[in-house]
Design a protein around this ligand. Structure first.
Ligand code: SF4
Length: 688
C-alpha cells in the first residue's frame, strides 16, 4: 500500500486553513491535521475535515459534453474546442462575456482574465465577488485606498474588544471564530449585532438583535454616543483622517440618538449606549463583518460606516484592530486581485488607465491588440442586459460559477441565461448552470492541481496536487490556454506549469511582485502587498498612512436609508438569507460530500415562535414562502433565535432555493444585490 500526505489549503471559505490530504494508492481518501499553519493551528471545521469526500464523487465531470437538441453527448476535447472557437470567432468583442471564479486558483483567474481581454478582446469579465463583497472593494478602496481586510487572522486574538456585525463568524468562518474565542479567553469583550441569535451570539458579552437593513443607523448611533461623551481618538482623527466635522454633523443629529435608533433597529437604547462605551473604552477594537453588511442596496454605505467607526475610535493600523472584511469564498480575494473584474487588470490596475492598458498590451504581445481601455459589465448588469436586450450578448463563458442558484431572483436569472445564444460552462460537476450550457468542459478540483489562492487576510497560499484528475478533466488554466490556441493565440499562452502562470502574473502585479512558489512554501506563506523578493509581506495595512492620494483616511457622512423593499400589508415579514456550517455556497461540492449532506440534507425557513403561532405554523411543517419574485415550498423551523417579524433561509439548497425569493435591486455603486432584506409572506399548504 502506498500512503502519503499532501499539504494543501481548504477549498471552502475565505479563512484559508491548511490541512493534509491522505492519499492511498494514488487516490485521495481522507484528511489529516497540518499543525504548522498559523491560520488554523491544526484545526479544521466540518467542511474542511470532509473536503476530501467530494473529490472522487461518481458525479464528477470526466469528459467534454456538447448539447445536441436537449441532450448532452460526450465529445472529444478537439470537437469541443473547435465548436467554441467557431462560435466565439463569429462574435464581436462586445457580444462576449466571461465569468471567472472565486473557487479556482489565482492562476486560473489570471488565465481567464487574459483570455477575456486578450483573446476575446471583451471588456465584460466579472465573477461572483460582485454578489458578496463588491461593496467592500468599492467602499474600503474609496476611504482607505485599498479594498481588503486590513489586519490578519491571528491578529484578532490581540484585540481587547471584538465587534462583529453582519457576520455569523462561528458558522461561516469557524476558524476565525476560534480566534475570537481565543481573544475572549485572554480577556477581550465581544459585541455582536445580527438579526439572528446564531452560535456567534453565544460568545457575546453584548448581543444586539436588530432588524435587517438598519446597519448605518446602528453604527451612526455608536459614533453619536462616542463623540457625545468625548471617547473618540482625537489624535488619530486629527493626524490620520479627513472629514471629521462633516461626519460629526450627521451622526450627532437627533435621528441617531439611541432612542431614535431603537425605533429603526429594534435594539434597546440602553444596549446601544452600553455597546458604544464598551467598544470605545477598550483600547483596541477589531471590527469583523461579512455579507450582513455588504449585501444591501446600501452595501457601500454600510462598509464605509464600519470604516468611519474604526477611524473615530482610532482602531486602525495597529494590532488587535482593523476593518476585517471576512471574504466568503476560498479565493474571492484572489479572483479580485487577478483582475477578474470589469474595471481592473491584476492588482487593481485600472483598465481605463492608458499606462496600465499599454503595460498589459505590451507584455502579452497579442498582434491584434487587446480589449478597449474601457470598463465592462458587472455580472448583475450583465444578467439584466441578457434579460432585457436579447442578442446584445451572444457568447457567455462561465468558469466555476453557478448563477442558477447563486443569483438573486432566479426566475429572472434563468430567463436571462436562456437568452444566451452560445454558453460554455467549465466546472467539476454538472451544476444547475451547466445544465443550460451548449458546451460543458470538465475541470479539476483543488486536490488535483498545484496553484495558489489568496485568503480573506490577503495571505497567498498553495494548493498541491494530491491525485491525478478523473477521466479526461484538465486544469482550468490549461483548458483556457487551449481555447486560446484554438482561437489562434497559442503563442501568447505557452505556460507549461502553474508556476509559469504565477510568475507571469507576479511580474505584472506590484502587490504580488516579490512572491515566488518557493517563498510561498513556508507554513505562514506571504500577505500582499509584497513588492520585492526580500519583502516580508504585510499582515497589517495602513500602519503609517492610508493608500489615498494624501495618505489620510476619509470619514464619510452617511444617512441611514431603508432597504429597497420593506414589509407591507401583503408581504408583512423581512426575509434575510445566509449559510450554515455544513454547507458552502450553492452546495456544488458540499452536497457531494456524504457526511455533510447527511448532516443537513435540505433547507428551511426560520420563523419566530410568536409569528409561527399567529400563523398556525408548526415546526418542520412544509409551508410556502412567497415574495413578489417567486415562491418555494420549504420546511419551517420555528425558533426564538430569530427576531419577530424577520425570517431566514440558507441559500445552498436547489430544492427550496432561497434565491427564488430574493430581491435583485442593486447598490448603485457596487451593483451588489440586496440578498439580506426583502418582503416575504408565508402560507400553509392546503391539502388537496
Ligand atoms: Fe475550510 Fe473555512 Fe472551515 Fe477553515 S474555516 S476548514 S477554510 S471551511
Amino acid at each position: 500500500m502506498d500512503l502519503k500526505f499532501v499539504q494543501t489549503t481548504c477549498p471552502y471559505c475565505g479563512t484559508g486553513c491548511t490541512f493534509n490530504l491522505a492519499v492511498k494508492d494514488g487516490k485521495v481518501v481522507g484528511s489529516a491535521p497540518y499543525q504548522r499553519s498559523p491560520v488554523n493551528l491544526g484545526k479544521t471545521c466540518p467542511k474542511g475535515t470532509y473536503a476530501y469526500e467530494f473529490v472522487n464523487s461518481e458525479d464528477r465531470l470526466t469528459t467534454p459534453l456538447i448539447k445536441k437538441g436537449d441532450e448532452f453527448v460526450e465529445a472529444t476535447w478537439d470537437e469541443a474546442y473547435a465548436l467554441i472557437a467557431e462560435k466565439f470567432k463569429g462574435y464581436k468583442p462586445s457580444e462576449i462575456a466571461c465569468l471567472s471564479s472565486a473557487r479556482t486558483s489565482n492562476e486560473d483567474n489570471y488565465a481567464m482574465m487574459k483570455l477575456a481581454r486578450g483573446v476575446f478582446k471583451t471588456t465584460h469579465i466579472d465573477h461572483c465577488a460582485r454578489l458578496c463583497h463588491s461593496s467592500t472593494v468599492a467602499g474600503l478602496a474609496a476611504v482607505f485606498g485599498s479594498g481588503a481586510m486590513t489586519n490578519s487572522i491571528p491578529d484578532i486574538e490581540e484585540s481587547k474588544c471584538v465587534f462583529i456585525i453582519g457576520s455569523n463568524t462561528f458558522e461561516q468562518h469557524p476558524l476565525i471564530g476560534r480566534r475570537v474565542a481565543m481573544a475572549k479567553k485572554k480577556g477581550a469583550k465581544v459585541i455582536y449585532a445580527d438579526p439572528r441569535y446564531t452560535p456567534t451570539a453565544r460568545q457575546a458579552d453584548i448581543y444586539m438583535q436588530f432588524k435587517s437593513g438598519s446597519d448605518v443607523a446602528i453604527l451612526n448611533c455608536m459614533m453619536h454616543e462616542i463623540i457625545k461623551n468625548g471617547w473618540e481618538d482625537k489624535e488619530f482623527i486629527a493626524n490620520r483622517t479627513t472629514g471629521f466635522e462633516e461626519l460629526k454633523a450627521v451622526v450627532m443629529k437627533d435621528d441617531y440618538s439611541p432612542e431614535n435608533v431603537e425605533k429603526i433597529s429594534g435594539i434597546p437604547a440602553a444596549q446601544l449606549r452600553e455597546a458604544a462605551e464598551m467598544y470605545a473604552k477598550a483600547g483596541s477594537g477589531a471590527l469583523l463583518y461579512s455579507m450582513g453588511i455588504t449585501q444591501h442596496t446600501v452595501g457601500v454605505d454600510n462598509v464605509k460606516s464600519t470604516a468611519n467607526l474604526q477611524m473615530v475610535t482610532g482602531y486602525l493600523g495597529r494590532p488587535g484592530c482593523g476593518v476585517n472584511a471576512l471574504r466568503g469564498q476560498n479565493n474571492v480575494q484572489g479572483a479580485c486581485d487577478m483582475g477578474a473584474l470589469p474595471v481592473v487588470f491584476t492588482g487593481y490596475q485600472k483598465v481605463i488607465d492608458p499606462a496600465a492598458h499599454k503595460k498589459f498590451a505590451d507584455a502579452w504581445g497579442f498582434p491584434d491588440g487587446i480589449c478597449e481601455p474601457a470598463n465592462g459589465y458587472e455580472v448583475t448588469t450583465l444578467i439584466n442586459v441578457l434579460a432585457d436586450k436579447p442578442g446584445e450578448i451572444k457568447g457567455l463563458y462561465i468558469m466555476g460559477e453557478n448563477p442558477m442558484l447563486s443569483d438573486p431572483n432566479l426566475n429572472h436569472a434563468k430567463h436571462a441565461l436562456e437568452n444566451v445564444e452560445f454558453m460554455v460552462v467549465q466546472d467539476i460537476f454538472l451544476t444547475e448552470t451547466a445544465e443550460l450550457a451548449d458546451v460543458v468542459l470538465p475541470a479539476t478540483c483543488y486536490a488535483e492541481k498545484d496553484g495558489t489562492q489568496t485568503s480573506t487576510e490577503r495571505r497567498v497560499q498553495k494548493w498541491r496536487k494530491a491525485q491525478d484528475p478523473p477521466g479526461q478533466s484538465k486544469l482550468d488554466w490549461k483548458i483556457l490556454a487551449e481555447v486560446a490556441a484554438a482561437m489562434g493565440y497559442a503563442d501568447q499562452f505557452t505556460w507549461e506549469t502553474s508556476e509559469d502562470v504565477f510568475n507571469e502574473m507576479a511580474s505584472l502585479t506590484p502587490s504580488y511582485h516579490g512572491m515566488t512558489y518557493e517563498r510561498l512554501d513556508k507554513p505562514e506563506a506571504l500577505h500582499w502587498p509584497c513588492p520585492e523578493v526580500d519583502h516580508p509581506g504585510t499582515p497589517i495595512l495602513h500602519t503609517q498612512k492610508f493608500g489615498t492620494p494624501d495618505g489620510l483616511g476619509i470619514l464619510t457622512p452617511l444617512e441611514w436609508k431603508a432597504p429597497a423593499e420593506v414589509p407591507d400589508e401583503e408581504y408583512p415579514f423581512v426575509l434575510t438569507t445566509g449559510r450554515c456550517i455544513w454547507h458552502w455556497h450553492t452546495g456544488t461540492m458540499t452536497r457531494h460530500s456524504e457526511t455533510l449532506d447527511h448532516e443537513v440534507p435540505t433547507g428551511w425557513i426560520e420563523i419566530n415562535t410568536e409569528d409561527a403561532e399567529k400563523l398556525g405554523i408548526a415546526d418542520k411543517e412544509i409551508i410556502r414562502a412567497i415574495t413578489r419574485r417567486g415562491e418555494v415550498e420549504v420546511p419551517a423551523k420555528v425558533t426564538d433565535d430569530i427576531m419577530k417579524g424577520v425570517m431566514f433561509m440558507p441559500f445552498h439548497f436547489k430544492e427550496c432555493a432561497a434565491n427564488m425569493l430574493t430581491n435583485d435591486a442593486l447598490d448603485p455603486v457596487s451593483k451588489i444585490p440586496e440578498y439580506k432584506a426583502c418582503a416575504v409572506k408565508v402560507e400553509k399548504i392546503q391539502e388537496a
